[in-house]
Ligand binder design. Sequence first.
Ligand code: GLN
Length: 457
Amino acid sequence: MSLSEVVERVREGKEDPEERVERYLEAIREKNPELNAFTYVEEDPDVPEEPEGELAGVVVGVKANINVEGMPCDCASRTLEGYVAPYDATVVRRLKEAGAVVIGITNMDEFAAGSSGETSCHGPTDNPRAPGRIPGGSSSGSAAAVAAGLCDVALGSDTGGSIRNPASHCGVVGFKPTYGLVPRQGLVDLAMSFDQIGPLAGSVEDAALVLQVIAGPGPDVEPTVRDQGVPRYHDLLDPGEVEGYTVGLVREFLEVSEPGIAEVAEDAARRLERVGAEVVEVEVGRRLVDVALPTYYVINYVEFFSATRRFDGRRYGRRIEHVCGREVLRRIVAGAAISREEVRGQYYERALRVRTWIRRRLMDALEDVDVLLGPTVPKPPHRIGEELSVREMYGYDVLTVIPNLAGAPAGTVPFDTVEVEGDEVPCGVQVIGAPWEDLKVLNVMAALEEVAPFDMG
Ligand code: GLN
C-alpha cells in the first residue's frame, strides 16, 4: 500500500495511528538489536488523536544530524554525546505539521563523513538485505530502517551521496533534491555548500510525497532556499511522462563501475526504451569523473573544518579533536592545512574553479537530454569490518558527488541485484537532472521502478 493510501485510511478513521506506531515499535524491538539502525527510539511518541494533513499517521525515522526537539542529535559522535535537540529542524516541523510521527533517530557515519555506516560511535549498522555487509552511508540507519520495515519513510542528508549510496545498497529509494530546494535549517553541517536533506522511502511515490511536504522556502529558513513555486511532486508524479523524454546513458559512469553494476544500468536503459523513452549514449569526458573526487574532498575538508570550530568543548561538551574518530580527525587536520593562507590558492580556490567547470560540463551534457542515467555506486558493499584504504572508501562516492558539485537533483531506484561472493546484493541506478528539474528525475525514477526486475519483497 502506498503512503498516500495509508494517509487516506488514517484520515477516514479506518486505521488507528496509535496502532501503526505500536506495530513499528514492535518491529524495532524485534529487529533493531541486530541491525542497529535506530540509536534512539521514542517509546511514547506524540500521536495526534485525529491526525489530519498530508502525512497523517506516517511514521518517520530521522537521521542523527537533524534536530528533533527532545531527541538526541549527536551526529553519531562522542563530541555531542548527551546533546538533546532544543528545537525542530524546519523539515521536521513541516513533517509534524503534516501529521507525521517521529519514531526515533537513525544511525549514521560520524558527522555524516563516510560511505559505509561503520564510523558511528554507536557501532555499525547492518544491511537488512545483505546481512554482514555494510548498508552504505552515511545515512546508514535511515536506509536500513526503511528496508527492514521499521518505519514508513526516513530522512537522510546527502553531501556527496549519503542518501543515494545507502539507498542503493539496501534496496530502497533515495532522493537528493536540487541544492536550495529543501531548507537545511536544523541540519548539522558537514559541508554546507553541498548538504541537502531528502527522503529515503519504499517507493518513488512515497519519496515524492515526503518531498512535497518538506520542500520550499519559509519564514525561518536560509536565503539559499528558493521559491520555485514548489511543485506538487507527489500529485504531479507521472511515470508515463518518460515517453517524451530523452535519457542519456553516461558512458564514463559505466566505465568506472564494476561490470555487473554497469550491466544493471544498461539493462535499466533498455527497459526504459521499451516503455517509450529515447535512450542515447552521452559522453561527459573522462576528465570530469577523474577530477570529481579530489574537487569534492578538498571543498568538503575545508567547509567541514570550518563547521567543526564550534565544537571546541565550551558550548557542546567535548572538544571534537579529543574524542572523534579517525575519518573526522583526518578531515579536520587536512582541512586546517589546506585552508592556510599560503596554500589556499593551490587547493581550495583551485577546487572551487574546477567545481564551476564540472557544473558547466554537466549542464552541457544535460542540454540535449532530459536526464542522465548510470550506476549509483560503482562497486558493491564490502563486509562490515573489512579494512579499506581511504582511496577505496572514497571510491564509493565517485558517481554520487558529481550532482552535489553541480547542485543538481539526483535519485536512486532499486533496480536489480548483483552477486558478490555468493550474496545477492541490491543495486540501484541513478538518475540525474538539471537543477530545479526534480520532478523530471522523479518521473524517470518512477518509470524505472515499474520496469525493474528487483522486487522490494
Ligand atoms: N561519503 C561522502 C563523504 O564522506 C559523502 C558523505 C555525505 O553525503 N554526507 O563526504
